[in-house]
Design a protein around this ligand. Structure first.
Ligand code: CA
Length: 227
């Protein structure tokens, strides 16, 4: 079972980006936009790690951390807005497992999450592999095999494929895919997805003209098919 990460962040857009990156890396994710919601999510969904923003409306991150730690010894990565805040927290001896300062790259955060989980649970992360017909997508290693042969994808192609393959049959809008694949999307650029999909098909489909995996959903975008 994939590890569950609770993301506590009141900047909704940022929470969404973190969620997307973590999910693409094989984690399950719950989000909460304020402290009291975070605590109730914590009790309901039993996360393995909490990524906790310090500056929250109402109950701040420190109070949330204390409350969570009273319940159990959950690994916490504290997110601060400034380096001197981190220094202050370390001084308080809160015992967070790691600290991340904004602005950060979501990839960096994912790496920290993986490292803290390894330390906390003392086990290698289980590779999470999606399989359909003769394609294998390793979400941890970012590797794709088709018919047992390694296929080299660009990071963008990989993100698009992984996003689609997580939810076989679900139609994704181009805009949605762009956002998942690069963390942001601008109106008017959604067609750039088509070029990536074309390249992706050339690499993974035996007949790119009649694609088996990356299917076009007319008027919407794309979906992953297993047919
Ligand atoms: Ca905040």
């Amino acid at each position: 079972m994939a590890r569950m990460i609770l993301v506590v962040e009141d900047e909704i857009e940022l929470a969404r980006v973190l969620r997307d990156y973590l999910e693409d890396s094989g984690f399950r994710v719950e989000t909460a936009y304020d402290g009291s919601t975070a605590i109730s999510r914590f009790h309901h969904s039993h996360p393995d790690l909490v990524l906790l923003d310090l500056n929250l409306p109402g109950m701040d991150g420190l109070d949330v951390a204390r409350e969570l730690r009273r319940a159990r010894d959950i690994p916490i990565i504290m997110v601060t807005a400034r380096v001197d805040e981190t220094d202050r927290l370390v001084g308080l001896g809160l015992g967070a497992d790691d600290y991340v300062t904004k602005p950060f790259s979501p990839k960096e955060v994912v790496a920290r999450v993986q490292a803290v989980l390894r330390r906390a649970y003392g086990e290698p992360l289980q590779p999470e592999i999606l399989r359909a017909a003769d394609i294998e997508i390793d979400l941890m290693q970012h590797q794709v095999n088709v018919g047992g042969k390694r296929v080299e994808l660009t990071p963008m192609e990989f993100e698009i494929l992984a996003a689609l393959a997580r939810y076989p049959g679900r139609a994704f809008r181009r805009m949605e895919l762009l956002e998942i694949a690069q963390g942001e999307a601008y109106e008017g650029y959604e067609r750039t997805i088509d070029a990536h999909v074309k390249n992706l098909r050339a690499k993974i489909e035996s007949d790119p003209k009649s694609p088996r995996y990356i299917q076009t959903v007319y008027g919407i975008g794309y979906r992953f098919g297993e047919a």
